[in-house]
Design a protein around this ligand. Structure first.
Ligand code: SF4
Ligand code: SF4
Length: 286
């Protein structure tokens, strides 16, 4: 089962929740994988200080133009929907960062002047942490714009027999969409503030369009106002768990300690959260 933990905006407690859920399941001897798809700023691995990570490169294919064969006809540039090619009377340029590796320019080139070469966009790091949780995270190269191929590669680490807790990138743009594709459930973490409500509405719209079942977790539930709960009630969106504001949890988090260690009562609460999600997804996906 693939449970994606997302949020319309950063700083809502997405990683706190992902870690709490993963560690609680692992403690109950359930096969858990933690998949950190927040590849621009992965941080969950910092909570597994003892883990020894193995890393491997992730590459994409980009075009390379042989100027000796090119007649500068511009067919490739006309084809490219991402403006990743610029052809001038005597030269041809490839803007690798804009290329989406579709391979189309190579196919349309009448001169056979285009070949494909590998370009490293980031790394995948994997470890078995505390002998319980298998953790994989992607790390995008600094300045790299194409995170979806790396996110796809990280998701390939998921084994079908496991419960994968997938920490999604914040926001609702392409990286988030790539993360929730083929997910079984999306848990949207929000907070009861006007900003939280605004971004939750956007996230609900996107997840609904993609067709992944979802529910809400309200973090710092005793601050702000009741507008998030009213929205969920009106839209018949299940609120599956609430975590009140607690300075001790925030301090523990900043010291690299997960919520389930800071306050062990949450182990049971996260197991209950998993039960509710499991009920919604259906027994066959466990
Ligand atoms: S389509 Fe081929 S020949 Fe034409 S400009 Fe592009 S690389 Fe050169
Ligand atoms: S591979 Fe696709 S996206 Fe990349 S330059 Fe060629 S046509 Fe454009």
């Amino acid at each position: 089962m693939k449970i994606v933990v997302g949020s319309g905006k950063g700083g809502t407690g997405k990683t706190t929740v992902s870690l709490g859920l993963s560690l609680s399941l692992a403690e109950n001897k359930m096969p858990v994988q933690y998949i950190d798809c927040d590849v621009e700023e992965p941080n969950a691995h910092l909570f597994f200080k003892e883990a020894e990570f193995q890393k491997r490169d992730v590459e994409v294919l980009v075009p390379e133009i042989d100027k000796a064969q090119c007649n500068f006809c511009e067919e490739c540039a006309k084809f490219c929907a991402y403006n990743a090619l610029a052809i001038f009377p005597n030269t041809a340029l490839v803007f690798n960062e804009m290329c989406h590796s579709c391979g189309g320019c190579k196919i349309v080139c009448p001169q056979g002047a285009i070949s494909e070469v590998k370009r490293k966009i980031g790394e995948i790091h994997t470890a078995i942490a505390n002998n319980k949780v298998q953790i994989s995270y992607g790390k995008l190269n600094v300045g790299e714009t194409q995170s979806p191929p790396l996110i796809r590669a990280v998701k390939k680490e998921i084994a079908d027999k496991n419960i994968a807790i997938i920490d999604a990138p914040p926001g609702t743009a392409c990286p988030f969409v790539e993360t929730i594709r083929h997910g079984d459930f999306c848990l949207l973490v929000t907070e009861p503030t006007p900003f939280g409500l605004h971004d939750l509405k956007t996230a609900v719209e996107v997840v609904s369009l993609i067709g992944v079942p979802f529910g809400v977790l309200i973090n710092r539930s005793d601050i702000g106002d009741s507008s998030v709960e009213e929205f969920c009630s009106n839209e018949k969106i299940p609120v599956l768990m609430k975590i009140p504001n607690d300075r001790n949890i925030a301090v523990a988090y900043s010291n690299g300690m997960p919520i389930t260690e800071a306050d062990p009562k949450y182990k049971l609460e996260f197991m209950e959260l998993h039960r509710k999600i499991y009920e919604r997804v259906g027994n066959h996906k466990r």
